[in-house]
Each structure stands twice: as structure tokens, then as C-alpha cells.
Design a protein. Sequence first.
Length: 106
Amino acid sequence: MKLLVAAAAAALIASPVLAQAPTVVTVKAASVGADAGTKANGEIKSIDAKAGTVTIHHSPIPALGWPAMTMTFKATPDALKVAKSGQTVSFTLKGPENQVVAIEPK
Ligand SMILES: [Cu+2]
């Protein structure tokens, strides 16, 4: 009897997983694309660790329709850690607020 219950439970568990598998794959692929972010280049002008922001003079960013300009971005703690004033960098923007999520010195 226990064996039968176990087999039934296994079947119940297995079938929804199989049915959902293609959906999960599709969602993952879509979110990876959306999460890739926008790459840009610029020079770091200043860092405000308290406010969690970095001011960058960036080159034009065609993906966002932006000309070259100096602006202040919110930045993740990891990105702020890498940032140094006066540094020429490539950086990655992500999300609706164009947060700086990565900074790479050049
Ligand atoms: Cu800008």
C-alpha cells in the first residue's frame, strides 16, 4: 500500500514539472535578455557613497537615445566599491531608473 501511495505521489509530482518545463525555459530566456542591461562608457566625476550615487560624464548611449552628458546615477554597492573619481570606465545600466550595476575600469 505504501508503495502504491509513493508511486501515485511521484506521478503527481512528475507531471506538473513536465508540463511546466517549457514555460520555465521561455521565462528564463526572456529575463536574461531583459537583464543584460545597457553598456556605456564614460569618466567618473564624483562618488557619493552616502547617497549611493556616482556622477559620470558618459559618451553618447544610442540604446537610450542619450547624447554625451554628465549625470548622476544611483549605483549598487558593488559598483560604488569599484568607482574611483577621474577613472575612465565602461559601466552597465539596468532597470527603469538606469541604475549603475557594474563599473569596469578601462
Ligand atoms: Cu545621461
